[in-house]
Design a protein around this ligand. Structure first.
Ligand code: PLP
Ligand code: SF4
Length: 318
């Protein structure tokens, strides 16, 4: 069950003197939001802490930058039914919840019009669309964060998807197991998974090894025992994980907890996130060096969501 986060920690963050120097924006329309579990993994005495940097709203986000927009991946052009995105062959993405437990500053959905999407009223229509298109074999629950739904609502939605005969795979994209493992759904979801006919995939979102803990390890072992394949996607973020040794450590740390690296995403060019962008050439250089350090199965694919492409596009040298 989702618990509300005590305001205690969040307010305190703004009072830490050395953070005030960073030009905090305590009035952001995408306000500070961080779960206790994630707070505990941070070192707030270090203004360069890689977890702190992911959540602290800064005034620099208000600068308008060329090429950065409010809908960088043009999802709104591919919505056959509200809350449903059908861009890629064989799979659809259902925005199952508008909410997240955390507000990541670089989030490409920070301007997404959630009020008109991801409403439970839309599920029935979306399910009808999926039912009618037999080329769809995989449903991806995304958001926001689908694990911010009540566990009961989440499992009921999943059961409706499972009832569609041509669906073979249920995939959940969620950052909750990383940032708020104590709030992640377990009982009902695991009971469902153990008896389900579907292939089950959980793609978590971890950017830095410091985000992993004994709590995440325990949670992953539960999901794994219930039949979930565990994958991770990260976003390449300047000043946070844009170093070969950090990414190498992350891959090994994930594997130790039973999770395989899947994608390393080049930042989507969303307004407010330009200070996190690693340029194309540097990104490819980092990835090439990483390839020399890791076995193939621990190397995430460096990809970008390019408008109009029917897949996540690998980044290559020019
Ligand atoms: C990323 C994404 C997917 C999933 O892509 P995979 O390459 O299968 O992981 C599906 N639909 C949309 C709209 C996406 O953005
Ligand atoms: S958890 Fe994902 S969707 Fe939510 S704010 Fe972070 S990056 Fe965005």
């Amino acid at each position: 069950m989702t618990q509300s986060i005590p305001p205690f920690h969040q307010k305190n963050l703004f009072k830490i003197p050395h953070l005030a120097d960073l030009n905090i924006d305590d009035n952001s329309p995408f306000p500070l939001k961080v779960p206790d579990d994630f707070m505990q993994q941070m070192d707030v005495s270090d203004p360069n802490d890689p977890l702190l940097k992911q959540i602290l709203p800064l005034k620099i986000e208000n600068q308008i930058a060329m090429g950065f927009s409010t809908d960088p991946v043009q999802d709104l052009d591919f919505t056959p039914s509200p809350s449903l995105i059908h861009k890629y062959h064989g799979r659809v993405l259902l925005i199952a919840s508008p909410k997240c437990d955390i507000h990541c500053r670089y989030c490409f959905r920070r301007h997404f019009p959630y009020a008109t999407h991801s409403n439970t009223r839309h599920w029935q229509k979306a399910l009808e669309y999926i039912q009618q298109d037999h080329s769809i074999h995989e449903v991806i629950l995304s958001g926001g964060d689908p694990m911010s739904l009540s566990e009961h609502s989440l499992v009921r939605l999943i059961q409706k998807i499972e009832a569609i005969p041509h669906i073979q795979t249920l995939r959940i994209h969620s950052r909750t197991p990383i940032v708020a493992p104590s709030q992640a759904p377990t009982t009902e979801l695991i009971a469902w998974a153990k008896s389900s006919r579907l292939n089950k995939v959980l793609v978590v979102h971890c950017n830095h090894a410091n985000e992993l803990s004994t709590q995440t390890a325990t949670l992953f072992s539960l999901y794994k025992a219930a039949g979930f394949h565990l994958l991770n996607q990260s976003v390449l973020l300047k000043g946070i994980n844009d170093q070969v040794n950090l990414l190498e450590t992350l891959s090994h740390a994930l594997f130790k907890q039973g999770v395989l690296p899947y994608y390393l995403n080049q930042l989507d060019r969303v307004q407010g996130a330009m200070h996190f962008e690693v340029d194309h050439t540097t990104a490819v250089q980092i990835h090439t060096k990483l390839r020399k350090k890791l076995p193939g199965y621990l190397l995430p694919q460096l990809v970008q969501d390019i408008q109009g492409k029917p897949y996540k596009t690998p980044l290559r040298s020019f």
